[in-house]
Design a protein around this ligand. Structure first.
Ligand code: ATP
Length: 911
């Protein structure tokens, strides 16, 4: 089974023999396991990950931390052992905290990548099943369809108009037609091996069955894997901006620290002490934890999204989600349930209804509510037969386990539209497996959304050949020259065509999704391709199927409306069907316009841009039109989320600000182009993801506000004290301790804060908005300033009363600073004011604050620690001062916005 075989030169029999596999049954599970054990998983080796040790050591790489460690060592050598040991202990604890944060963030990101790993359809033990692509082994028989990523190197055994796009390997982006014939040539390039497919390339048309000949690093892709840069851009715009901001903040912090040190020395403080205080201040004031906490908030938010069925493939989209102003959604399966049931049949002048729900093949055919005998309706029988044979779905019976009298449960494997045709056929007594024994398929053009039809060529045992076609009625009619009318084939006159179209309108107006059916008898098995023969067909009739809207979607559309997001329906379905469903769901307002694909194709981009604002439904569009819609919306300044599932949807998904693919019905190509995958294909999930996206951004703003305001407070206490020639209000160890305790747990708890109730009642955020916008910068500076001034005030008052007891005043300053920050953290939870939220809502935050308070009490009152932290046990009067001063920044600053907000709201209410 070595890769050195020239697979393209071998015949199919040689290949299966060499691979030791029965092409009709595939490998057995046991054999596949055995081969996997020997050869390994079917994956390309990834670049080296950073080991946990390196990650830990990286925590000490920060320049200021190194300076602090050196300074501490010197003080240790000078005899200040206790100080040195404590400072080192605090620095190490800080490093552990940083390490845990970064390690968790890294882990969750890796887990995310795994989630998006592709699957393959493989024949094992005689049954087709979906498995993870990494479990494939040489010898596996795989089935490939348009939209699949080719999961390993394969040699084709059967192909039906199969095309692959191999630019990932050959650089050539024009799709290549594949076949399964032997190519007898030795010097041949990869691009010319038309009977082989290669890992990592894409199937973009048709169907194929193939044998896996190489996996993992043995594949052509594996051979060049080290040339591939698999590093995806995993940093969000906000993270990049924060990185830049971090550099500015370091500069500012260092400058202020230098001023503190220099003025301190000028005012007669001991140079060495001032230096140590300065370095500690710099370490505390630089928000080194910020990037890691942002990553954690993103990663945890993404985990929450997964629980709500939205899988983020590209991290930056988490931020963009919160800015979305338009969601363009497919109809079938996303807004509707994709559970089709045929309700109406129409053939040359006869209209029948069908009873029965779901996939249970039980129901009656009725004319004017009377059951009819189908034997009298040959045209209807012919239509049902086309529906069953021009079909790739399977109707499967499953017995419900564990229930004694349980009914058989029927399900569909494959396209639900085709499944509905199998069910209605079975209601008339026709099952695909019996019919297809009589009629063997010799050729097929699979359905695609561009052509909107599907055809098969069938041969009967007695040598007859027919073409059966089904598709969108208006499209199929253009390929018909005749019509079956009461058992007779007639010319399809313009009048008859009009009659069919009118009938089509009537059914579509009932929100039914329509399919038309046609056939052609072929005299001799002509040499032409099937596509050339898809003309001069005989039109047989129409079937109208019901696809009910998803129940939760109506509510989600209302939520979008309140959140300032417009919902647009884009569908390949008929205009009247689309309008009927859009009205049921509340997508189409009274003034809203509907546009169909033909008109859309005619409009220039500028014309569309002028009209796009008022269009809510696009019907009968081809996937290529979606790109035009995205571009027009973007030109109007909208931030667009666009869904899609097929190969041809990929350009629009890529171009959209948030490209969304379907987890169940979506192709690999669409998933790879997307930034978000809906694991339940449901529109409501997009809205949930937008809500999470907004919430995550809010939380990031919350802890940026908290961390920076705390740092501003810390710097300003020292800064003002030195300017005013006061004694040092905080000793270095206290500064480091404040940094460790308040920057750690409370900030992390803010990252998982529950959303404010109005998350989906606000308009979307402007995507160009600065993170400090909407008053955040002002809040950081004003609260930081107040915290600094109040801390210094508490220090000064205590010092005035006890000029001989500096440690007491420092303890008061230290406690005021810590408690002010712990109160302020609750203020950061609301964009309006601390009084707008229940403080017990976030249990993590309450726990983080209580534990920080306990640690403070231990440091103050536990006698063995007092000499280390330079603290004294302060009394009742001091505590009163501490609490008042610590409360001022939040409560005084919080009352004003609350009064303003309430006042504005009262004015806004109708009188
Ligand atoms: P959406 O774009 O919202 O998912 P859709 O599923 O109706 O809508 P398409 O799948 O592109 O869009 O289908 C377009 C039309 O093609 C349908 O209205 C139907 O008439 C026809 N059609 C759908 N599925 C098949 C099929 N399997 N075989 C033949 N024709 C089909």
């Amino acid at each position: 089974m070595s890769v050195s075989h020239e697979w393209h030169r071998l015949t199919k029999d040689d290949i299966t023999q060499l691979l030791n596999v029965d092409p009709g049954k595939g490998l057995s599970e046991a054999e596949a396991r055995h081969r996997k054990g020997k050869i390994g998983e079917n994956r390309l080796m990834e670049g080296k990950r950073i080991s946990p040790y390196v990650l830990f050591l990286n925590q000490f790489k920060d320049f200021m931390v190194l300076v602090l460690l050196v300074a501490t060592l010197i003080s240790g050598l000078l005899g200040e052992y206790l100080d040195a040991i404590t400072i080192i202990a605090i620095v190490v604890m800080n490093a552990i905290l940083g390490f845990v944060q970064e390690y968790r963030a890294e882990k969750s990101l890796t887990a995310l990548k795994e989630l998006a790993s592709p699957e393959a359809t493989v024949l094992r033990d005689g049954k087709w099943r979906r498995i993870r692509a990494v479990d494939l082994v040489p010898g596996d028989i795989v089935s490939l369809e348009s939209g699949d990523r080719i999961p390993a190197d394969v040699r084709f055994l059967e192909t039906y108009n199969f095309q692959a796009e191999e630019s990932a390997l050959t650089g050539e982006s024009v799709p290549v037609e594949k076949h399964c014939k032997t190519i007898d040539s030795d010097e041949i390039s990869l691009g010319d091996k038309h009977n082989m497919g290669f890992m990592g390339t894409m199937a973009v048309g048709g169907k194929a069955v193939a044998a896996v000949v190489a996996t993992g690093m043995q594949t052509e892709m594996g051979k060049i894997a080290d040339l591939i840069d698999s590093a995806e851009q995993m940093q969000t715009p906000l993270q990049l901006k924060l990185e830049q901001l971090g550099k500015v903040l370091i500069g500012v912090a260092l400058f202020l620290t230098a001023v503190v040190v220099v003025t301190g020395i000028m005012h007669g403080h001991d140079a060495y002490k001032m230096f140590l205080a300065g370095v500690s201040l710099a370490v505390a004031a630089i928000p080194e934890g910020l990037p890691a906490i942002v990553t954690i908030a993103l990663a945890l938010g993404v985990q929450r999204m997964i629980k709500r069925k939205a899988i983020v493939r590209k991290l930056p989209s988490v931020e963009t989600l919160g800015c979305a102003t338009v969601i363009c959604s497919d109809k079938t399966g996303t807004l509707t349930q994709n559970k089709m049931t045929v309700k109406q049949l129409w053939t040359g002048g006869t209209a029948l209804t069908v009873s029965g729900e779901g996939y249970q093949p039980e129901g009656r055919f009725m004319l004017n509510e009377q059951t009819v005998d189908l034997r009298r309706y040959a045209d209807v029988r012919r239509m049902l037969q086309i529906g069953v044979l021009c079909n790739n779905a399977r109707l499967v019976k499953q017995r419900k386990k564990g229930k004694l009298f349980a009914k058989d449960e029927w399900t569909i494997e494959g396209d639900p539209t085709e499944g509905a045709l199998l069910v209605v056929g079975a209601k008339a007594g026709w099952y695909a497996n019996t019919l297809s024994q009589k009629w063997k398929r010799v050729e097929e053009i699979p359905f695609d959304s561009e052509r909107k039809r599907m055809s098969v060529m069938l041969q009967s045992e007695d040598g007859k050949t027919v073409i059966y076609t089904k598709g969108a009625p208006d499209v199929l009619l253009d390929h018909c020259s005749h019509i079956l009318w009461n058992g007779q084939v007639r010319m399809l006159t313009p009048q008859l065509k009009q009659q069919v179209l009118r009938q089509n309108e009537t059914l579509a107006g009932l929100a039914l999704r329509n399919l038309a059916f046609a056939y052609r008898e072929v005299k001799e098995t002509a040499r032409h391709s099937l596509e050339q023969m898809e003309k001069e067909l005989v039109f047989v009739g129409l079937m109208g199927m019901m696809d009910p809207p998803r129940e939760e979607v109506k509510e989600s559309i209302k939520t979008c409306d309140e959140a300032g997001i417009k919902t647009v329906m884009i569908t390949g379905d008929h205009q009247s069907t689309a309008v009927a469903i859009a009205r049921q769901l509340g997508i189409l307002p009274r003034h809203g316009e509907v546009m169909n694909g033909r008109e859309l194709a005619r409009l220039s981009p500028e014309e569309l841009e002028r009209r796009v604002d008022n269009i809510y439904v696009y019907a009968r569009v081809s996937p290529e039109h979606k790109l035009k819609i995205v571009q027009a919306l973007q030109a109007r300044g909208e931030v667009v989320a666009m869904t899609g599932d097929g190969v041809n949807d990929a350009p629009a998904i890529k171009a959209a600000d948030i490209g969304i693919a379907m987890g169940i019905s979506g192709t690999d190509v669409s998933k790879e182009a997307s930034s978000l995958v809906l694991s339940d294909d449901n529109f409501a999930t997009i809205v949930a993801a937008v809500e999470e996206g907004r919430g995550i951004y809010d939380n990031i703003r919350k802890f940026i506000r908290y961390l920076l305001a705390s740092n501003v407070g810390e710097i300003l206490v020292m800064f003002f004290a030195m300017l005013l020639a006061m004694p040092l209000p905080l000793v270095p160890i206290q500064i480091l301790w404040v940094n460790l305790v308040t920057d750690g747990l409370p900030a992390m708890a803010l990252g998982v804060d529950p959303q404010e109730g109005d998350t989906m009642k606000r308009r979307p955020r402007n995507s160009r908005e600065n993170v400090f916008a909407r008053g955040l910068g002002w809040k950081i500076l004003s609260r930081g300033l107040l915290i600094g001034v109040c801390t210094l005030g508490a220090f000064w008052l205590t010092y005035q009363q006890n000029p001989d007891d500096l440690a007491r005043a420092q303890t008061v300053a230290f406690s005021t600073l810590v408690i002010a920050q712990l109160i302020h953290v609750f203020d950061c939870r609301s964009e309006i004011s601390v009084f707008h939220r229940n403080i017990f809502e976030n249990a993590y935050l309450v726990l983080a604050v209580i534990s920080s308070l306990l640690l403070l009490l231990v440091v103050i009152y536990y006698e063995p620690l007092q000499p280390i932290f330079r603290t004294v046990g302060v009394g009742f009067r001091e505590w009163c001062l501490i609490l008042v001063m610590a409360g001022i920044p939040t409560f005084v600053a919080g009352i004003f916005p609350k009064v303003m907000f309430d006042h504005r709201r009262r004015r806004a209410l109708p009188q």
